[in-house]
Design a protein around this ligand. Structure first.
Ligand SMILES: NC(=O)c1ccc[n+]([C@@H]2O[C@H](COP(=O)([O-])OP(=O)(O)OC[C@H]3O[C@@H](n4cnc5c(N)ncnc54)[C@H](O)[C@@H]3O)[C@@H](O)[C@H]2O)c1
Length: 137
């Protein structure tokens, strides 16, 4: 095994830093490439439209390929806030549902963003994985 000394540690760290700068996460690269084509869209289902769900939705929208096709909350007033965020970010209005299982049923949802209270994390997350969705919880 190669012995690590200060000089080769610093050299390898510099190489690693260069690699990180060169090979960004894929979705950051797409964001820089400009308007995405229809096939590059990432279709999001938001489950839980409270404070954290709204903040996370805005963060997802920093990537132009993300659209929110459906928002879910048991509270109509919270749903209205998610719909307003979509409009503020020039996205199409999402469908709205009150039962998270209706999000998971949809074939047009690639990823679910789960921002329900703690005791409502596990069930939607497991069921979303079983439905083949990518999950951010
Ligand atoms: N607010 C923050 O600053 C913050 C920061 C970090 C993490 N979090 C985490 O984010 C999660 C959500 O917190 P929050 O502050 O957004 O709470 P919140 O009460 O503002 O929002 C939760 C939303 O989930 C909805 N909801 C509850 N049960 C549901 C269900 N079964 N199906 C669909 N919708 C349902 C509620 O109606 C509400 O709109 C928590 O786990 C919290 O710990 C929050």
């Amino acid at each position: 095994m190669e012995k690590i000394n200060r000089r080769n540690f610093l050299g390898k760290s510099a190489l690693a830093a260069l690699a990180v700068g060169t090979f960004d996460a894929p979705f950051i690269r797409v964001a820089r490439a400009g308007e995405p084509g229809a096939n590059d869209k990432i279709r999001l289902g938001l489950i839980g439209c409270g404070g954290q769900g709204q903040v996370d939705l805005k963060c997802f929208f920093l990537n132009p390929e993300v659209e929110c096709v459906v928002a879910c909350d048991v509270d109509e007033a919270q749903l209205a806030k998610a719909v307003a965020i979509c409009a503020d970010h020039n996205r199409k209005p999402p469908d709205t549902v009150r039962d998270f299982r209706r999000v998971l049923d949809r074939k047009d949802v690639d990823v679910v963003l789960i921002a329900t209270p703690d005791h409502w994390h596990a069930l939607p997350m497991v069921m979303a994985a079983q439905a083949g969705k990518d999950v951010y919880v």
